[in-house]
Ligand binder design. Sequence first.
Ligand SMILES: Cc1cc2nc3c(=O)[nH]c(=O)nc-3n(C[C@H](O)[C@H](O)[C@H](O)COP(=O)(O)OP(=O)(O)OC[C@H]3O[C@@H](n4cnc5c(N)ncnc54)[C@H](O)[C@@H]3O)c2cc1C
Length: 398
Amino acid sequence: MSRKEIAIIGGGPSAMMAADILSSIYNVTIYEKEKVIGQKFLVAGKGGFNLTNSLVGNELAAQYSPQEFMQDAILSFDSKSLREWFSYLGIETFVGTSGRVFPVKGIKPAEVLNKIKEKLLSQNVKIKQGYEFVGFDDDRNTKIYYGGKSKSILADYYIFALGGASWSITGSDGKWKKYFKDIGVNIIPFEASNCGVNIKWDDHIIENHAGKPLKNISVTVGETTRKGEAVITNYGLEGNVIYPLIPKIRELLKRESKAEIVIDFKPDNSSDDLFKKVNNRISSKNYGEAFNLRREQLSIIKNFSTKEEFLSTDSFIKKIEGLTISVESLRDIEEAISTVGGIDINELNKDFSLKKYPNIYCIGEMVNWDAPTGGFLLQGAFSMGYTCANSVIHSVTD
Ligand SMILES: Cc1cc2nc3c(=O)[nH]c(=O)nc-3n(C[C@H](O)[C@H](O)[C@H](O)COP(=O)(O)OP(=O)(O)OC[C@H]3O[C@@H](n4cnc5c(N)ncnc54)[C@H](O)[C@@H]3O)c2cc1C
């Protein structure tokens, strides 16, 4: 029996994991439209480069939405398995702040990518760079554009791993969605996730405080509260305390055309603690020292308080503990760390094959699931690659 041909289209982390597993048994070719694979992976490396998170099992699976859609993939290849895979490649990892998992010091993102590439090449994976997916032919074979013309490629299984729709410079531009619509696959419009929020700041804040962090704050949207850090930008706020709240903010902006966040600048202090710091009313000039607030915190509280509220110590304390700020909108999709939208999960089986075309799989960020930053995005992509590859192996042997 001849070896099965597997075409993987897109060359991000989800594709690399699928290629690694499948190439031990089948002929695997990756088709990537950019000059090199893994560009978004490298961009992730320039930021935090959280390869995964130390959460395991159900606690890890609970970070994904919809959880029931991602659960099996996450449980069958969780952060422990991913760290073992990296270790096998010679990339040791360590757990940093908030459970984020990084490569050990001294290992650069390009080195991680090279180790993966070397492994794929040693297993005879063909990596075709500069090959762009441009749709399906009448027999649902994949059409690839290369060298000035498009050609159908024949494979037993097609695995699409085309990424989301942010940071298009990395190749993940979401332009593929029309080709799936053409074959009757429902696409959910892309939207920004894990992104900053636009806030109407006073000019004073932009001029004097853009770039400064707001450390150890808590932010609430509706019933959901997160603790962490945000950065003041000239458009609003972003950072690890904001990103996990984006799904709620997005929902409110859609449903009610407005959204508010409530900042607690002293989440570890009760009202009593704060009142005890000042035995009686004090002048607003002394707020900084009395409550240990930085200039940027005072400016933001002033920006979103009336003069009377700011000058009255009692109401100022209430503002420290719960300053309501309107969010105008989310930042543009292009800047987002990740996107939601893409292939509708209702189009997919549990193993990420299309219900209509079971020899076509869709994995990674091109599918409509969501997770916060902190290593969960890459983990999701790798787990999906693992699950779909094992499903291909089972469907061949069954
Ligand atoms: C600034 C930034 C920082 C990040 N930091 C982290 C982090 O620290 N931790 C974390 O977990 N996640 C992080 N992420 C997110 C993470 O990088 C992505 O979720 C992950 O890369 C998605 O993997 P993927 O395989 O689904 O797709 P991608 O990595 O997006 O790869 C998709 C590939 O498909 C190719 N492609 C697209 N269209 C075509 C076509 N028509 N034909 C052929 N090829 C095509 C693209 O060129 C691309 O190479 C970060 C993202 C950004 C932007």
